[in-house]
Design a protein around this ligand. Structure first.
Ligand code: SAM
Ligand code: DTB
Ligand code: SF4
Length: 307
């Protein structure tokens, strides 16, 4: 599918998109890093790994009041979903997890969709997050099973899949996607999309990130990913997962308005909104508002979470 003539692919994906979604609605999600840096994992793309020397300043878990202040501000600015990320290898029982549960309860009470990404977890953690009001858990496959080993050695693809199973068993929505531009082949992209589409149930949301090249990480000198390749991946994700929210995630600062417009046409219907991702910059609010206005896009209201 990824090899098809681009415009045929976009045309078909746009048709499927329009059957299942309102094409004028693009959801806006805001990210916040709640625990930053000093991560024991060795993900080659990540500025937060303790193994690489980057400009990221480490910060312990931040307090609940700060998080809720940021969530309120995000809602005010037009976001309907708030996603909190921690640079942890995995969730551990204890005071810090209790604090995260408190954050989840607080954001859910603001009537926003609430998502966290905390690394690996087990059934009990997933169940407690669900009870706290979590909408979705983000845990990316990042790439194909065979290319994964080139990028991360401190955990396996199967570890990732096991965490996703715990999330599904707790009847939380799965947010799961990947990163383009790490040196993977088109076959790797295809394999990742096939694995995502084979999850049962399929992910509620699929972030398509383009690598943000951070000095000090092993992938800092990768060539830029071709924006048309991003469009292809979005289109195939839309065709394979017609009901999912396809999120045009990290890397939008490096894309033109025209390339983003093609992604929205091909079925992307969510973006990260706000001037920071976790540790790196995202487009400025005014630029995004201008883009939405030029394209005639509205903003999704809060929608009930799908299991
Ligand atoms: N530590 C947790 C984990 O890895 O599951 C959660 C946070 S981690 C930063 C969340 C996701 O951000 C990663 O799975 C990866 O897909 C994405 N990410 C991290 N660094 C990135 C970069 N430089 N460019 C694009 N995406 C990135
Ligand atoms: C996802 O797929 N992308 C987001 C979110 N899930 C957590 C993270 C992007 C991080 C980009 C690099 C940074 O800002 O640190
Ligand atoms: Fe740690 Fe997550 Fe970054 Fe990997 S992606 S180094 S697990 S914060």
């Amino acid at each position: 599918m990824l090899d098809r003539p681009l415009l045929d692919l976009v045309h078909e994906a746009a048709g499927v998109h329009r059957q299942h979604h309102d094409p004028r609605r693009v959801q806006r999600c805001t990210l916040l890093s709640i625990k930053t840096g000093a991560c024991p994992e060795d993900c080659a793309y990540c500025p937060q790994s303790a193994r690489f020397t980057t400009d990221v300043e480490r910060e312990d878990l931040i307090d609940v009041a700060t998080v809720l202040g940021e969530a309120r501000a995000a809602k005010e600015a037009g976001a309907s979903r708030f996603c909190m990320g921690a640079a942890w290898r995995e969730v551990k029982d204890g005071a810090e997890f209790e604090q995260v549960l408190e954050m989840v309860r607080g954001v859910a009470a603001l009537d926003m969709e609430v998502c966290v990404t905390l690394g690996m977890l087990d059934d009990d953690h997933a169940r407690r997050l669900k009870e706290a009001g979590l909408t979705a858990y983000n845990h990316n496959l990042d790439t194909s099973e065979s290319f994964y080993k080139e990028i991360i050695t401190t955990r396996t693809y199967d570890d990732r899949l096991r965490t996703l199973q715990s999330v599904q068993d707790a009847e939380l929505s799965v947010c799961c996607g990947g990163i383009l531009g790490m040196g993977e082949s088109r076959d790797d992209r295809a394999a990742m999309l096939a694995t995502l589409a084979a999850l049962d149930p399929q992910p509620e949301s699929v972030p398509i990130n383009s690598l943000v090249k951070v000095p000090g990480t092993p992938l800092a000198a990768q060539p830029d990913v071709d924006p048309f390749e991003v469009v292809r991946v979005v289109a195939v994700a839309r065709l394979l997962m017609p009901h999912a929210r396809i999120r045009l995630a990290a890397g939008r600062r490096g894309m033109t308005d025209e390339a983003q417009a093609l992604c929205f046409l091909a079925g992307a219907n969510s973006v990260f909104f706000g001037e920071r991702l976790l540790t790196t910059p995202n487009p400025e609010l005014d630029r995004d508002l201008d883009l939405f206005s030029k394209l005639g896009l509205e903003v999704t209201a809060r929608e009930p979470a799908r299991a």
